[in-house]
Design a protein around this ligand. Structure first.
Ligand code: UD1
Length: 356
């Protein structure tokens, strides 16, 4: 932890820790800076190696975090407990007026819980999102974080409506991930994989904890690779659990996790995407790349209703068929439910009005 940080009683602290949270923080930090709102950042260390963490700070214009807690991987209970303890220590020293947490990870829950127990106000960015699948750790994190939070910044009208059903009033800001996408895709970086290709990412516990399920998904991607080259950036969780499967390649090109800028370029250029990631489903929709999501539920039903995303079972032939069908059909024109690219500024203005 940094020793020389000045105390900023009454300031704002952002808690992040996993890859998608660095991406969400980028436009919010920029909006805070442009309005002159002082803030500090806690990085829990949930994601910790270069490709999952540092590269994002380097490429998204983020300053080094003020506090790096170095928690790392562990069981959910141990990881969350260590975060709670370490975040509390920082909050006690810093005495912020507001803690902002992002999305649905263990870092989100730990940040919210540590703050609310100290009587510090909590804002949840990406509030109200639900998959209604309580076997997902992310769903538990979302629901509990929304219960603990004081201010709920919702990415979609659907999220506002879902929160209202739980008796919680959300603020419709739009999705800060759309802000990030607009900002960084405008840079038009090239991607090194030519065309055509399919892009695949699989890392969620529900798809990796059960070996037979993961092998079925892998076989589906292998079948698809006979028709279309498949590029698979390997999340460390998947890489650590199935090194021998991934190195066998099966016609797939397994690569290291890429930077957000390269990922956007790959989503833009891919013929289709096969994923279980929440963020990638949205990015596919917004960049008009047909998407197949290997899950029973999604927290982004808007993308399915618009015809740009299809849920598919972990069954090899179904995965191949769905990917080829979607690649052929493309993404229909649809209204964008994720806002107007100014969500971060709305969060920043709200914070300035209430807390400065
Ligand atoms: C987490 C989030 C998920 C989010 C995802 C994005 C939870 C419950 N889940 O899942 O919501 O979509 O991040 O990536 O918080 N690892 C490394 N190096 C790294 C980072 C991680 O090797 O730099 C490995 C760890 O050894 C572990 C896995 O990746 O195997 C991390 O697991 P976990 O902390 O649960 O996070 P994710 O599975 O990434």
């Amino acid at each position: 932890m940094r020793e020389d940080t000045k105390k900023a009683p009454g300031g704002v602290i952002h808690v992040v820790g996993a890859r998608p949270q660095f991406i969400k923080l980028a436009p919010v930090a920029e909006a805070f800076t442009s309005l002159g709102i002082p803030f500090k950042v806690i990085h829990t260390g949930q994601h910790y190696d270069f490709a999952m963490s540092d590269v994002h700070f380097e490429t998204l214009g983020l300053a080094r975090p003020d506090f790096h807690l170095g928690i790392g991987s562990s069981s959910h209970a141990k990881q969350t407990a260590r975060m709670l303890e370490a975040i509390e220590e920082v909050l006690l020293a810093e005495k912020p007026a507001l803690v902002l947490v992002y999305g649905d990870t263990n870092s989100t829950l730990a940040g919210a819980l540590a703050a609310v127990k100290l009587g510090v106000k909590v804002g949840h960015v990406e509030a109200g999102v639900r998959s209604f699948d309580r076997s997902m750790p992310e769903e538990i994190n979302r629901v509990l974080t929304d219960r603990a939070a004081d201010h709920h910044f919702c990415p979609t009208a659907n999220a506002v409506a879902l929160l209202a059903r739980e008796g919680i009033e959300g603020v419709l800001t739009g999705d800060v991930m759309y802000d990030a996408l607009l900002k960084f895709s405008a840079l038009k970086v090239p991607q090194p994989y030519g065309r055509p290709f399919a892009l695949a990412t699989i890392h969620r516990a529900e798809n990796t904890n059960d070996r037979s399920r993961f092998l079925a998904i892998w076989e589906g991607l292998t079948l698809l690779a006979r028709d279309l080259p498949v590029i698979f950036p390997v999340h460390p969780r998947t890489g650590n659990m199935y090194p021998e499967v991934i190195s066998s390649s099966g016609g797939l090109q397994a690569i290291e996790p890429v930077s957000y800028l390269t990922m956007l370029a790959m989503v833009r250029d891919a013929s289709c995407i096969v994923t279980d990631s929440g963020g990638v489903q949205k990015e596919a929709f917004l960049l008009k790349c047909p998407c197949v999501t290997v899950r029973d539920t999604t927290e982004w039903p808007e993308t399915v209703e618009a015809g740009g995303n299809r849920l598919v079972a972990a069954e090899p032939r179904l995965i191949r068929r769905a990917a080829l069908d979607m690649a052929g059909a493309g993404v229909p024109e649809a209204q964008n439910p994720f806002g107007d690219g100014r969500a971060s500024m709305r969060v920043a203005r709200f914070v300035r009005e209430r807390f400065l």
